[in-house]
Design a protein around this ligand. Structure first.
Ligand code: BGC
Length: 801
């Protein structure tokens, strides 16, 4: 390998620091270096046919569409997620893809994040555990993984530039934890650095996050690549440890890198180190692929796996008077467009061109051919009185309405956050008209994130199907007819109202920064610690049977690990699976502020009626740790810990205390400076956040700031040049959507104000070149003295191409 590197010229080396095209790393055939191919695919392969296209929906090889992470996580079934990884991997191998861009393990900080459907959970341990399983599955068939988006990428508003301001404990305990687990336990081939800034520095240029933490402290050996169009400054990102800018920097970054070597800002040896990592990754992939020859894909098996995951992921939220399973003696009617046009996944870069999709309507009609259907609303969310009237007529005719509602592609998408947490007005009106007339529907809910349910009391049952994947409709059928019992559990809390969420005051922040004021109190860590009531707690999910948890024992073993054992009995009448959850509570009166409990174990098991199984789970010392801002390490506080076991974060019938000696503890006691973190009455406080963090930058851009390659369009869209670019972009997006795209064009257009010039240049298919962008920026900043030389550059550039 050293020999190959010695033979490379500086130009050739520098070329490796950017992609060859939208989906390939660079190659050098004359030295035998092939190109590594990557493709999106957290829940199914999105392998674009063209190497330059990254936005069309149909120019993609058809693949199995598994339920996205928001759904599959609810299975709490690690083995199934591993199998999903292997299936996606097999499809990747056949499509000649070396590395799949997934899993996405960002934390669901707010239910409003438009991309929550792509992420597993609000809990870092669960996200890390499921991420590891997916990577193991991919690796088992010779495919690499690229974990994303590193780090603190929890919103879509201003996603290309937002500065996420987060304190060190929240950073390490919540936002980095899943990445750390994955790096240490699953050794992924690549990590994708995110678009945003973290505490003032772009994630792609963050020496502390990449060089110090990832490589030095966690011992990461793989590649760090940028998210698509995320690099603001190539030299700085290279210095921080980023290996490859994706998709490509159109040559400018490479030139800058070479220049930086000539000026001794960067040592050529550090470029060699990066090439070494790229070549080692390639060797590893070659070895993995050799030992796992490409298999023929059994599409039907993959479809069945997608069904099994959907089956185990759907969550029964309510079932009054045993409305479910359905009865052969009741006449049902179906209302809701989502039954005919189901939402099987979210929109954006993870969008898969599914191979076989069945609709809930088709599945229900197979068993009940006579069943009638009324759409009730339009997916766009516009109220339609005629559709409502038709639905009411149908409801009158039948005994029980099956009502399909949920978030549509118009509500939830990559690139934009939701503005509210409720269903569309059209759906709410339909529900209200039905329920005020006394109909109590069975609700079949879709969506990739938490939803407010003011109509909860007025319906008979709620089965949350999340996003079904391609085979979810059949899975839904099995659950509705009682062939299988629901066993999914919520992997995010469902608050009553958006106002109840811990980051309500601060999400999504301003156009420049967002303050993570709630610190470690994300999701159930907040609701549970401060006893805030929620509609459904984290981990919640009903079954057609009942379970009894009993006989818990705990034992601290000589190696410091803790053995947890308990019995689980199926006390009902039906065979079913249960996801038992193990939580750890910290010592009482800790000088630190800590969450009242944290998830540290899940075990899913099947039990027939009256069957009892003994369940064993081993906790590691790290499961008791907090991040100490003084020692800069995870430490264990000495004291008594409560181990709690049960079927949800709010229902833990078993508990047992263990005593740990602990490690060094140097963390400061924040009681005086930050009382609200111990007991917030009116929410968290800016001044206390300053005490925690030391400084907080303003939320909004300062008017006097220059417009740069990174300034979101929102800040210059009212200027002539901004207006022109906006108009052109809207036109292009609409044109592309006529051919089919990966998201409704409304969503893509809504994301435009967040988009900076650098993204238009690197992702715009060459519509705006660097020389043109330089000129536009000079004009926007009224730097007229630069205009003539820049015009000359532009002319030269045009001549060159
Ligand atoms: C997304 C990534 C994705 C990449 C390539 C980006 O916009 O943030 O998650 O992998 O595009 O499609």
């Amino acid at each position: 390998m050293d020999k190959i590197i010695q033979e490379m010229s500086l130009d050739e080396k520098a070329r490796f620091s950017e992609g060859k095209d939208a989906w390939h790393f660079a190659d050098l055939p004359h030295l035998g270096i092939r190109s590594i191919r990557v493709s999106d695919g957290p829940h199914g392969l999105r392998r674009q046919v063209s190497s330059t296209d990254n936005l069309s929906g149909t120019d993609t090889i058809p693949a199995t569409c598994f339920p996205p992470a928001a759904s599959s996580s609810c299975s709490m079934n690690v083995d199934l997620i591993r199998e999903m990884g292997a299936a996606i991997g097999r499809e990747a191998r056949v499509a000649s893809v070396d590395i799949v861009l997934g899993p996405g393990v960002n934390i669901k900080r707010s239910p409003l994040c438009g991309r929550n459907f792509e992420y597993f959970s609000e809990d870092p341990w669960l996200s890390g555990t499921l991420g590891i399983a997916l990577i193991e599955g991919l690796r088992s068939v010779g495919v690499g993984a690229c974990v994303k988006h590193y780090a603190v990428n929890n919103q879509e508003s201003y996603r290309f530039s937002i500065d996420a301001i987060v304190d060190q404990r929240a950073l390490h305990e919540i936002y980095l934890r899943a990445f750390e687990m994955i790096v240490k336990q699953a050794e992924p081939q690549a990590i994708m650095a995110s678009y945003n800034r973290v505490n003032g520095v772009y994630a792609c240029e963050h020496p502390e996050l990449i060089h110090e933490l990832l490589r030095k402290e966690w011992g990461y050996q793989g590649l760090v690549i940028s998210d698509w169009g995320a690099v603001s400054n190539r030299v700085r990102s290279f210095q921080a440890g980023l290996d490859i800018e994706m998709p490509y920097g159109l040559g400018r970054g490479t030139k800058e890198l070479i220049e930086a070597v000539h000026q001794h800002i960067i040592q050529e040896a550090s470029i060699d180190d990066s090439i070494q990592r790229i070549l080692t990754t390639q060797e590893n992939l070659n070895r993995m692929q050799k030992s796992h020859p490409v298999e023929t894909i059994h599409w039907d098996e993959h479809h069945q796996l997608a069904k099994q995951i959907a089956l185990e992921s759907m969550v029964l939220l309510k079932n009054s008077s045993n409305a479910l399973p359905l009865s052969p003696h009741i006449q049902y009617g179906i209302i809701g467009e989502l039954a005919a046009t189901p939402r099987i996944q979210g929109g954006g870069s993870s969008h898969v061109q599914a191979k076989f999709v069945e609709t809930p309507l088709e599945v229900l009609r197979r068993k009940m051919p006579e069943i009638e259907f009324a759409p009730g609303y339009e997916l766009r969310g516009v109220s339609n009185p005629e559709l409502i009237q038709e639905a009411l007529v149908l409801a009158e005719k039948v005994d029980q309405v099956l009502l399909f509602v949920g978030l549509t592609d118009y509500d939830e998408n990559e690139g934009v956050d939701r503005k509210h947490m409720h269903l569309s007005n059209a759906q709410l009106e339909l529900i209200s008209q039905l329920t005020t007339k006394g109909f109590r529907p069975i609700v079949l809910l879709s969506g990739g994130s938490a939803i407010e349910m003011p109509w909860y009391d007025d319906v008979n049952a709620i089965l949350h199907m999340h996003l079904l994947g391609e085979a979810g409709a059949a899975a839904m059928g099995d659950l509705l007819w009682g062939e299988v019992s629901p066993s999914g559990k919520l992997t995010e809390s469902y608050p009553f109202h958006l106002e109840d969420t811990p980051c309500f005051q601060t999400f999504p922040g301003g156009n420049h920064a967002v303050h993570y004021l709630e610190s470690i109190y994300v999701g159930y860590r907040y609701y549970d610690t401060f006893q805030k009531p929620v509609r459904f707690p984290f981990g919640f999910g009903l079954s057609y049977t009942t379970f009894k948890y009993h006989n818990l024992t705990t034992e601290v073993m000589s190696d410091g690990r803790v053995k947890v054992r308990f019995l689980l009995t199926n006390t009902g009448l039906m065979t079913a699976k249960e996801s038992a959850q193990i939580y750890v509570s910290p010592p009482k009166n800790s000088p630190l502020f800590r969450a009242s409990k944290e998830l540290k174990g899940i075990v899913k098991t099947a039990l027939s009626p009256n069957e009892t199984k003994q369940i064993e789970f081993i906790l590691s010392p790290l499961d008791f740790a907090y991040y100490d801002v003084q020692t800069k390490k995870f430490e264990v506080e000495a004291g008594s810990y409560l181990i709690q076991v049960g079927g949800s974060s709010a229902t833990c019938p078993l508990n047992s205390t263990i005593v740990l000696d602990g490690t060094i503890m140097k963390a400061p006691n924040y009681h005086e400076a930050c009382p609200s973190y111990y007991a917030p009455s009116q929410g968290f406080d800016d001044r206390e956040f300053v005490a925690l963090l030391g400084r907080i930058p303003p939320l909004e851009y300062q008017e006097s700031q220059k417009i740069t390659y990174d300034t979101p369009l929102a800040l210059w869209q009212d200027r002539f040049i901004g207006k022109m670019i906006l108009r052109k972009a809207v036109k292009e997006i609409k044109k592309a959507s006529e051919k089919d795209s990966i998201a409704p064009y409304e969503a893509t257009i809504a994301a435009l104000p967040y988009t900076p010039m650098r993204f238009f240049v690197t992702m715009g298919g060459g519509a705006i070149s660097y020389p043109l962008a330089d000129l536009l920026l000079a004009l926007l900043n009224s730097e007229y003295q630069k205009v003539f030389p820049l015009l000359r550059n532009l002319r030269l550039h045009k001549k060159e191409i």
